[in-house]
Design a protein around this ligand. Sequence first.
Ligand code: API
Length: 288
Amino acid sequence: MQNFYIKSHGLGNDYIVLEQDTITFELTKKAIVRICDVHFGIGSDGILLKVPSEVADFGLRILNPDGSEAEKSGNGLRIFSKFLYDHGHTAEKVFTIETLGGVVTAEIVEERKGKAHTIKVDMGKAIFESAKVPVNIEAAECIDKPLHLHDQSFKINCVSVGNPHCVILVDELDEAEVKSYGSDIENHPMFPNRINVQFAKVISPTEVEAMIWERGAGWTLASGSSSCAVAATVIKRGLTERNLTIKMPGGNLRIEIDEDWEIRMTGEVREIASGTLSAELMEDFDTN
Ligand SMILES: N[C@H](CCC[C@H](N)C(=O)O)C(=O)O
């Protein structure tokens, strides 16, 4: 069906799924920004576009609400996996998905008809090498290094899970602090591709609490790749075990990271709505 979409969320981090071969318009920056706008569009933390793949069972492009493209999205991959399974693109419960940040394996762990499913995604490796995050710093790894803003400094830990992350460990989480400094950190010149930002507080050897400022999206209620980055950081710093619960305002994700820094993420996904985009929304979009 032309311009069919679904909207789903992973712990309150919501996405709209579209299919390259059914949309009748160019998914330009203008179209992405409009569709993701809560007033002039459907409203979403991003768009997941189903595309062909030569190297995996499925291909996925991840678009942020500002029109930028991301290499990886943990909640996005779980939402896309549930969409593929629930909407007849596969009868398999384990399949591969190609993203800009590499090929991942997804598994429908628990299917509950007409309810949320639990999805597991092997998210690839955590990479700390500064040049591969990337972060412009002399040191080989950006672990517990200073980042200076005009009126504040932070100690940062940078890691890539396909997309770039800047993790700041704090004794107390403060939503106002995240919203006040998130954008300045996201856009700091140290980060050539900008960066996702997390403030995180270790609760116990198996629990970490985090708040998220996403590259290209801003404050979100949860983030899968951010959870992976936070887990990799606290494990790297020797602060926790390797099997963790990351607690965010929108809910919790299970993250396991093995000795080779391979990351497994498990969590719920719930579909919100489905339908077709109206012609009036797309009136001034570039047509295919
Ligand atoms: N905004 C992120 C992508 C989405 C990440 C988040 N929604 C997740 O679940 O991982 C970026 O530009 O890297």
